[in-house]
Design a protein around this ligand. Structure first.
Ligand code: SF4
Length: 258
């Protein structure tokens, strides 16, 4: 939906998640370096922003996480947020880090421009430590709850949704109004990197294997207590189903505040 993306870091993400789609696309071409992600040129970013219509919403971090640990050293995302504020351009920050909820970032987030989605894949710190090098699940959940309490447009992003890793009771206790769900889709690289049961991924579309719609419906029926739910989907028929029956805002599957 928000297709204009801006990466403050590139060619690698030190969160190094086992299911990373960007890694699966770039690693075999030797373009993925999680140890030393490239730092985007801030002047080039500003030149790009000058040409963008105020009121547009950009997604920060399309191929990498804009709040990955090198942000603490380079502050490229921090400075980019300041530029976005200056040019009155909206920003959707999708991250697996709790850094965005630190006071120094909260102090510069413009409530009229900032939309935040913090992703978890598991409700267990042990599982998140095994598959991701970002903040553990409990830290991310605390960050979501803090931003919710402060009145930001924040969503818990369950992405990718891997049922084996989720304790539904813990998930349903998270104090956040909005949840956005993205199911796992698998290709040969992700299958190699992730040790889960793939037997239910029987639907092939666009070079990925997906779960059938009935299985996805069963899984989301366990998610309760969120006031607004939305599904981020790239299987066309499934997208149409969610749009009609589940998505809180039929015209915006990202469900950003208007
Ligand atoms: S945080 Fe996102 S971009 Fe970074 S490794 Fe994980 S999935 Fe890939």
């Amino acid at each position: 939906m928000y297709s204009t993306r801006l990466d403050t870091y590139g060619c690698g993400c030190s969160h190094d998640c086992s299911y990373c789609y960007a890694k699966s696309l770039l690693d075999f071409r030797k373009l993925w370096n999680p140890q030393e992600p490239k730092v985007a040129n801030l002047m080039a970013i500003e030149n790009k922003l000058k040409k963008i219509e105020p009121g547009t919403i950009l997604r920060l971090g399309g191929m990498t996480d804009c709040m990955q640990p090198c942000e603490l050293k380079y502050r490229n995302t921090y400075k980019t947020i300041q530029l976005l504020n200056k040019y009155k351009i909206g920003y959707l920050i999708v991250t697996k880090s709790s850094l965005i909820a630190k006071d120094e970032y909260i102090n510069i987030l413009d409530r009229d421009l900032a939309y935040i989605q913090i992703s978890i894949t598991s409700t267990s710190d042990e599982i998140s430590k095994k598959y991701e090098k970002s903040s553990v699940a409990s830290q991310r959940i605390k960050a979501v709850e803090k931003l919710q309490k402060l009145g930001f447009d924040v969503q818990l992003r369950l992405s990718p949704f891997i049922e084996e890793w989720i304790d539904y009771q813990k998930l349903n206790e998270i104090k956040c109004d909005k949840i956005i769900v993205e199911f796992l889709r698998v290709n040969t690289f992700i299958k190699r990197w992730l040790d889960i049961d793939y037997s239910k991924f029987t639907l092939k579309q666009s070079n990925y294997y997906h779960l059938p719609l009935e299985e996805k419906i069963r899984m989301i029926s366990n998610i309760k207590n969120f006031k607004e739910m939305s599904i981020c989907e790239d299987v066309t028929e499934h997208y149409n189903f969610w749009k009609e029956h589940i998505n809180y805002n039929k015209n915006d599957c990202c469900n950003l505040k208007k």
